[in-house]
Design a protein around this ligand. Sequence first.
Ligand SMILES: Nc1nc2c(c(=O)[nH]1)N(C=O)[C@@H](CNc1ccc(C(=O)N[C@@H](CCC(=O)O)C(=O)O)cc1)CN2
Ligand SMILES: Nc1ncnc2c1ncn2[C@@H]1O[C@H](COP(=O)(O)OP(=O)(O)OP(=O)(O)O)[C@@H](O)[C@H]1O
Length: 194
Amino acid sequence: METHLLTEEKRRVRRELKESSAGFSERYVAEASRAVCERVLQSREFQEAAVVFGYLSFRKEISVDAVLEAALRLGKIVAVPWIISRTEMKAARLVSLENLPLDRYGIRTAPEPVEPISPEALELMLVPGAGFSETGGRMGRGAGFYDRFLEETKGFSLGVTCDKLLWETIPMETHDQTMDALVTETKWILCAGA
Ligand SMILES: Nc1nc2c(c(=O)[nH]1)N(C=O)[C@@H](CNc1ccc(C(=O)N[C@@H](CCC(=O)O)C(=O)O)cc1)CN2
Ligand SMILES: Nc1ncnc2c1ncn2[C@@H]1O[C@H](COP(=O)(O)OP(=O)(O)OP(=O)(O)O)[C@@H](O)[C@H]1O
């Protein structure tokens, strides 16, 4: 597809996905989050990972707090996004989910002093997104943070979403990173290339 047409298409899909998730009830998000976390905790990928990169949910995102809490209890190293600039994020170690400060987007983040974790050390990455496709395509929030960050990682990338944000196709550009697998409240999808 021609570049400007793809950009148009991405903008349209991003808007539709955003409208869809904005309409989710608190109850749907809470129930989907519980089911998603259970699936992740039961997975071999989680059980075998010594270093887990998660995220601290905001708005209507699926919460993986229960996964991060369990990882900490199991003695795994846990890291979350640490915003460095308008385009770059790094991984910051998280030792507790209590009393976290907010970053510039109002998302909970690791408190100072931050302990950076090398992207190459991450074994499992839990990746949020505006929407995903069954083949592992992902649409983020439009800032390119994850696309840039995931290029530096070697671990297993797991897109975390719910059935309502899992579409047949998502417009993708060459820099867009695809997921190794996806998890929703009803399924675990292994994507080609994993
Ligand atoms: N929980 C969580 N943490 C995360 C991300 C995420 O998607 N989820 N990120 C993933 O990148 C990074 C933060 N990126 C963000 C990018 C944009 C906006 C934002 O508020 N954008 C506005 C304006 C966009 C628009 O209107 O076009 C918005 O969404 O309303 C927030 C966070 C790192 N941390
Ligand atoms: N690896 C990259 N190198 C350089 N620029 C990039 C890279 N990835 C994304 N960008 C740029 O970042 C901007 C946002 O990209 P895109 O719309 O793909 O973000 P996204 O996948 O929705 O966001 P995110 O990755 O933060 O969740 C675009 O201008 C894009 O060209």
